[in-house]
Write a protein that binds this ligand. Structure first.
Ligand code: PRT
Ligand code: ZN
Length: 286
């Protein structure tokens, strides 16, 4: 019987929607109705297990699941025997130190002898060790940000995204401890058959990720500007240039990186480009 790869994703929470979306964008179809705990893809040798995110590293390490999608923060905290296979670019957040807004915080040394509430005792302990600081770590599993206001701790080490939770609890973000995003982890001792399925999955994930960071661009330009414009838009190999019905003009098709987009658009217009169209790309195979 041919092998099937078991992928664990978060059942319901901040990682769930983007994890499902990524797998579906890889053209893998499966049922994700919310009530189910397990589903098998119709068109790819993969089975999806829906679990609590904190359980995923343990299940992957034990081989109950072969791979999993979790936040880097959870992987780093649990230090289970798993490999990080890829960074996935979503659920970005940071683990930061927060202190009451009127506290004078100069550096990590300001935490010496203080009591810090966190759900991430291992990551915090590494941070304190690296900074040569001795402090008391008070581990709590939720609502960390209220700890200072109820006298449970002097500071917190918690996940921050927009920062509004810290502010609404009278805290300020003073130090960065750890940056996180969703990652794909794997059991370190998989069969050759399962490794092949992971390779195929990674190939698809890379195509989807590259496409997300890239836009397809079409524009019209006078032929005399083509050299200049081609230099601005090198494309995957080189741009496609086609003559327009109007003599002396061409249509140019290429791709542009999302993060360079606005800078390049200005330069293209200066170089004489007109009628610029920018379209999303679904997948890029390089
Ligand atoms: O039920 P289960 O155990 O599966 O889920 P969970 O409640 O433990 O996790 P969940 O769904 O809250 O988060 C899953 C992962 O998402 C985390 O491990 C992080 O990797 C990532 N992530 C991204 C976040 C946030 N952003 C985030 N903002 N996890 C938590 N938060 C919380 C944070 O704890 C704090 O309470 O949001 C608040 C801060 O948000 P801001 O925007 O106010 O700064
Ligand atoms: Zn959790």
């Amino acid at each position: 019987m041919s092998e099937i790869l078991r992928l664990a994703i978060q059942k319901s929470g901040r990682l769930s929607e983007d994890s499902i979306k990524l797998i579906k964008e890889c053209s893998i179809d499966f049922s994700s109705s919310g009530a189910i705990l397990k589903s098998t893809a119709y068109n790819f040798p993969i089975e999806i297990l829906y679990l609590r995110d904190d359980d995923i590293p343990g299940y992957v390490a034990d081989g109950v699941a072969d791979i999993g999608i979790i936040g880097e923060n959870v992987a780093s905290e649990q230090k289970k025997n798993v490999l990080t296979v890829d960074k996935l670019g979503f659920s970005r957040c940071r683990l930061s130190i927060g202190v009451p807004k009127n506290m004078d915080y100069q550096s990590a040394k300001s935490l010496e002898g203080k009591k810090i509430a966190t759900s991430y005792p291992n990551i915090l302990s590494d941070f304190l060790y690296d900074n040569g600081v001795k402090a008391f770590i008070h581990e709590i599993s939720g609502s960390v940000e209220i700890a200072p206001s109820i006298g449970l701790a002097d500071a917190v080490c918690d996940i921050v995204s927009s920062g509004s939770t810290l502010i609404s609890n009278g805290l300020k973000e003073v130090d960065l401890v750890f940056r996180s995003e969703a990652i794909l982890i794997s059991n370190p001792t998989l069969s050759e058959g399962k490794k092949k399925i992971i390779d195929e999955l990674l190939f698809r994930i890379t195509s989807v990720k590259t496409a997300k960071n890239t836009k397809y661009i079409l524009l019209n330009a006078p032929n005399k500007s083509l050299d200049k414009i081609t230099k601005l838009l090198p494309g995957v190999k080189s741009p496609t240039v086609m003559p327009l019905a109007e003599p002396g003009w061409s249509s140019l098709h290429s791709v542009v990186k999302e993060d360079q987009f606005w800078e390049i658009i200005g330069k293209l217009k200066e170089a004489g480009a007109e009628g610029i169209l920018v379209l999303p790309i679904e997948k890029i195979i390089v």
